[in-house]
Design a protein around this ligand. Structure first.
Ligand code: FAD
Length: 542
């Protein structure tokens, strides 16, 4: 069967859905084809373990998306229209150290400064300096991120024009560890900041991660780890509904296996069932670039793109434990138990550095140098029956065990048990008797439920210097236009990478609208769009 749409979108992650929404807003009919039974990719909420318990299978924190104009300015009207409400949890984070000490970050800046002061007066001052320094350049980093490559001055130039930009030109080439160790002296402050900076599973001594030491913590200090009331999946539902309200469609169980190429132009896609879907204007892909390579006839891609993808670092995979419990993980402290939506444990700096080193070199890590313990029900109790909680425990890990990925079904339960035993050193009451159900996912399980998460990685690829900005996914092809006319790439393999930011999605829309001859400013804005931009409610002529 031949389907027609103005734009065919392969994959329904939040980024590609955002791209489709803006195109739909401009009057284009979008057909989104998703491999999975439900749309959303990493932005889904499911009753994974029992009815009535809404679990964010992947992402929970949306801090970065909240600053994207798609929500901040409600450019699609979904915040008001679909009642998307965010909770900013306080405390922001609570982290336990190997010696039983801890660090609690709160939304009250002065209180967090005082927390640094418990370990070192110099570190308390350093933290204030870090926030103030970053605040001066944050708009520059935001502007660069929200501008597709090639459509505005590069980040380096913007920094060079700022009075303090040279420090940041250097800092962004340093590693997060370089920045943390030069600014902070106590091992507690360093470890806490490393726990924060490791949230995107970037090894912290890799050049090009320097800004992470400031950007993540500054975002959290401003608005915490923002959690969408009702679960992350509500975002996806709102985006999909927007597309359908604007004449488009989101069709699930449609894995795309190849791109249709006619006369050097991408004209559609073919799914694994052999069905073909043709697009009159463009094809948008959020297929991982590693998979994209095999989806066209040989010789289609330029050699430099093939080289970049052959050398592409897919990043550090993740391991997850999902638990339903009748109490939250309560961290014991001298002042009494502490709970936090975003909590965890962290080793000393050398442990976290070794973790990154081991994982980058493919060594299975059976110790517990870094854990994120997410309990969104603390701030959003409606996700579970009264008094009950959904807990997600995440850590970085390798894809291959010494005997290969096939060993995971057996090894994962033992690894989860080790992690829970370690966690109980700090949360003694969080015991098996309180668990109603649990599920463990090793990296191959994560990959099996989302082919975009190659090897069970969360963020579409490493974000070191080689794969950032104009290098993502490949030098020359970072502007969302692929070297095949009519094909556009978005999602975590494009700049600025993974996480729930919506930035690759909005940037791709800006590029596509420009190529369609529409001023993006008339669509990427509050109100606007539709007939005004595209010329006709059915969409413009091809
Ligand atoms: C356990 C876990 C926890 C996480 N926690 C957070 C968090 O709290 N905060 C945060 O910011 N980030 C978090 N992340 C990362 C975040 O989920 C991802 O970086 C983000 O979802 C990437 O969004 P995306 O739109 O680029 O792609 P994805 O969300 O990966 O979506 C891509 C979609 O494309 C589909 N697809 C791929 N190939 C094809 C094909 N050939 N045919 C059809 N469909 C296809 C996939 O099925 C998928 O639905 C987490 C990830 C995981 C796994």
């Amino acid at each position: 069967m031949v389907e027609d749409a103005d734009v065919v979108v392969a994959g329904a992650g939040h980024n590609s859905l955002i791209t489709a929404c803006y195109l739909a807003k401009a009057g284009y009919r979008c057909l989104v084809l998703e491999a999975n039974p439900i749309p959303g990719g990493g932005a889904v909420t499911e009753e994974l373990l029992a009815p009535g318990y809404a679990i964010d299978t992947c992402a929970t924190g949306h801090t970065l998306l909240c600053t994207n104009p798609v929500l901040a300015d409600d450019e699609l009207g979904i915040v008001a229209g679909d009642d998307l409400a965010y909770v900013d949890p306080d405390p922001v984070a609570h982290v336990a150290f190997p010696d039983g000490g801890h660090f609690t970050m709160t939304l009250d800046r002065e209180q967090t400064v005082a927390e640094f002061g418990r370990f070192s007066a110099a570190d308390a001052r350093a933290y204030e300096r870090l926030l103030d320094d970053y605040a001066e350049v944050a708009p520059i980093f935001a502007r660069a991120q929200h501008t597709p490559s090639g459509m505005g001055p590069p980040l380096d130039q913007l920094l060079a024009e700022h009075p303090k930009g040279r420090v940041w030109q250097r800092r962004r080439m340093l590693s997060a560890w370089d920045v943390i160790r030069t600014e902070f002296e106590s091992k507690e402050a360093r470890s806490f900041l490393m726990w924060m900076a490791f949230q995107t599973f970037q090894a912290l001594d890799v050049p090009g991660t320097g800004v992470l030491a400031s950007s993540i913590v500054a975002g959290r200090q401003r608005r915490s780890w923002s959690v969408l009331r009702g679960g992350t999946g509500r975002l996806t539902q709102a985006l999909a509904a927007y597309i359908e309200r604007h004449g488009g469609e989101v069709r699930c169980n449609q894995p795309v296996r190849r791109l249709l190429v006619d006369g050097g132009r991408c004209t559609g896609v073919e799914t694994e069932s052999g069905e073909q879907f043709r697009a009159s204007r463009a094809v948008v892909s959020t297929i991982h670039v590693v998979h994209l390579m095999d989806m066209v006839p040989p010789g289609t891609w330029p050699e430099e793109l093939e080289y970049a993808v052959r050398t592409y670092d897919v990043g550090i995979p993740g391991f997850g434990i999902y638990i339903l419990s009748d109490l939250p993980p309560e961290f014991a402290t001298p002042a009494g138990p502490v709970t936090a939506v975003s909590a965890g444990t962290v080793g000393w700096p050398e442990d976290v550095l070794k973790l990154g080193f081991d994982l980058r070199h493919g060594r299975f890590v059976d110790e517990v140098p870094w854990l994120l313990v997410a309990t969104p029900t603390l701030a959003d109790p409606g996700r579970a029956p009264q008094g009950h909680h959904t807990v997600k425990i995440l850590s970085p890990q390798v894809y291959d065990l010494p005997a290969g990925p096939a060993g995971w079904p057996e090894a994962k339960e033992a690894h989860a048990k080790r992690q829970l035993e370690y966690l109980r050193r700090f949360t003694p009451g969080f015991t098996d008797e309180h668990f109603l159900a649990s599920l463990v996912k090793a990296p191959p399980d994560i990959e099996a439920t989302n082919r975009h998460m190659v090897h069970g990685t969360f963020h579409g690829g490493d974000r070191g210097v080689a794969q950032s900005g104009p290098g993502r996914p490949a030098p020359g092809w970072a502007g969302h236009r692929m070297p095949l006319e009519g094909l556009y790439q978005t999602g975590a393999t494009t700049n600025p990478g993974g996480s729930i930011t919506g930035v690759p999605g909005r940037n791709a829309a800006r590029v596509i609208l420009t190529d369609f001859g529409i001023d993006p400013a008339t669509v990427l804005c509050a109100g606007g769009g539709s007939a005004g931009a595209a010329g006709s409610p059915q969409g413009p002529a091809a």
